[in-house]
Design a protein around this ligand. Structure first.
Ligand code: HEC
Length: 120
């Protein structure tokens, strides 16, 4: 009897966990990801300007390092602090093989992009 209760509790939980593992956030809609309008705008910029070289939802590298949990870590791969100031500087000035976005992004686009990066 006890085992039956345990199984009935654990099975749904396992299914939910398994489904969670298989999910690929990059294929989900803005709504599924719970993005607000600014973050969704930033995601569009990211997909155009960054996704070719950086995976958003994985720490595996592409041309550049994966950006999963970028702002949840204390430091970026280079050792610079992972905060708005240094991430913005990286985007604007470029870094190593990463091209500088310079003034090809407006202040608003930069703010939107940073807002999205905070959701990773
Ligand atoms: C052409 C490929 C390319 C594009 C496009 C690109 N990056 Fe990069 N990025 C790189 C490479 C390569 C590095 C590693 C640079 C190094 O440390 O030498 C990097 C590093 C970074 C880092 C880590 C910096 C550090 O201090 O460790 C961040 C954050 C970053 N990129 C964000 C972005 C964002 C946001 C965009 C879109 C605006 C973007 N990148 C566009 C190639 C790219």
């Amino acid at each position: 009897m006890k085992r039956r209760i345990l199984t009935s509790l654990c099975l749904p939980l396992l299914l939910v966990l398994a489904a969670g593992c298989g999910r690929d956030p990059s294929t989900e809609t803005d709504a599924q990801l719970g993005l607000n309008a600014q973050q969704a705008a930033g995601r569009r910029i990211y997909n155009l300007r960054c996704a070719g070289c950086h995976k958003a939802y994985s720490s595996r590298g592409l041309q550049g390092p994966g950006l999963k949990h970028l702002f949840r870590k204390k430091y970026m791969p280079s050792g610079l602090p992972a905060n708005d100031r240094f991430v913005e500087r990286t985007i604007v000035n470029g870094r190593g093989m990463m091209p500088a976005a310079g003034y090809t992004l407006s202040d608003e686009e930069l703010r939107d992009l940073l807002a999205y990066l905070h959701t990773l």
